[in-house]
Design a protein. Structure first.
Ligand SMILES: Nc1ncnc2c1ncn2[C@@H]1O[C@H](COP(=O)(O)OP(=O)(O)OP(=O)(O)O)[C@@H](O)[C@H]1O
Length: 291
């Protein structure tokens, strides 16, 4: 904490910028970290620095490479990841006040911001490959930024391989072939269901067969025709039938302007973490903590 404070002070002096909200990634996390892991941490830091800046990507503030613990400092987004934010937006969240009343218009706004971050990454020849609510961070003003860049970095270092398609954790977010537009549809689905798991009644290993039969994702009860048709345009079975990213951003921006809904999205079912993990198809090894 102390070292981080000093680094922050120095960074602010060097960059002539006052940053009070900073999120630090430290390395090593354990005593037994290997040289290879260290290289990978530094490689990731380098990858972030090469990405350049975009309004919908968290700002890289600095990297400490000369002494351990190594550190990557990025701008902190107050509401943290979108998935736990959505859960907190549910009315039945006991005790604390919900951080926001989510409306469909908010989904269009957030969706357009994430779309533009993805478009920026594509313009730099990076494939994100990890689009989901957990990879999105929410700021104080409810603007969102795309994070979860680990797979994009690993893809880059493994020469464009699509090794993550088979990853158990991501099965319900990924199309049979890796496709940002598909996962984008699932991200919109997560937003409208306030963090519900995609395909809740289908087990991950049977998803492919299910999609071959029904071809698309089921409409959530509180989803409007407009939003559902956008979700479906992303989640078409055949990749060539899916909306292009540019068209998707255009649609989201236009709906954002034309929607004046004030209707707050509600989900009647109380949130149950165990049920979520099971229905989302996460392996038991994953330990997801909501702060
Ligand atoms: N810049 C940030 N500002 C605020 N919160 C952050 C920031 N970066 C990460 N977090 C929070 O810390 C958590 C862990 O971050 P991390 O980047 O390690 O993701 P992760 O859970 O390991 O991602 P994944 O497992 O999907 O790759 C996030 O889920 C998010 O809530």
């Amino acid at each position: 904490q102390e070292v981080a404070g000093l680094i922050l002070e120095r960074m602010n002096r060097q960059t002539d910028r006052q940053t009070d909200l900073t999120f630090f990634y430290f390395f090593p996390h354990t005593e037994s970290a290997s040289a290879r892991e260290c290289q990978s941490f530094l490689g990731f830091a380098h990858f972030l620095s090469e990405l350049g800046s975009h309004p919908s990507l968290p700002r890289l503030l600095g990297v400490v490479t000369v002494q351990t613990p190594l550190m990557i400092a990025v701008e902190e987004l107050e509401h943290r990841d979108l998935l736990s934010f959505l859960w907190r937006c549910r009315q039945d969240h006991t005790g604390q006040e919900a951080p926001c009343d989510m409306t469909e218009r908010q989904i269009f706004t957030m969706g357009a911001q994430i779309g533009s971050a993805l478009e920026y990454l594509h313009s730099k020849n990076y494939i994100h490959g990890n689009v989901k609510a957990r990879s999105v961070l929410v700021g104080r003003d409810l603007s969102v930024k795309l994070w979860g860049l680990g797979p994009a970095y690993r893809r880059k270092t493994s020469a464009g391989s699509i090794e993550y398609v088979g990853d158990m954790e991501m099965r319900k977010w990924q199309a049979p072939e890796a496709s940002a537009r598909w996962s984008f549809g699932i991200l919109l689905y997560e937003m409208v269901t306030l963090g519900g798991p995609p395909f809740p009644n289908i087990i991950a290993s049977e998803l492919l067969q299910h999609l071959q039969r029904v071809n698309t994702i089921k409409r959530p009860p509180n989803c409007s025709n407009t939003l559902y048709s956008i979700i479906k345009s992303c989640c078409q079975w055949k990749p060539m039938d899916r909306v292009s990213l540019a068209e998707l951003i255009r649609k989201l921006q236009s709906k954002e302007k034309s929607t004046n809904d004030q209707a707050v999205l509600r989900v009647s079912e109380p949130f149950d973490m165990e049920k979520y993990m099971r229905e989302a198809g996460y392996g038991e090894s994953l330990n997801y903590t909501v702060l």
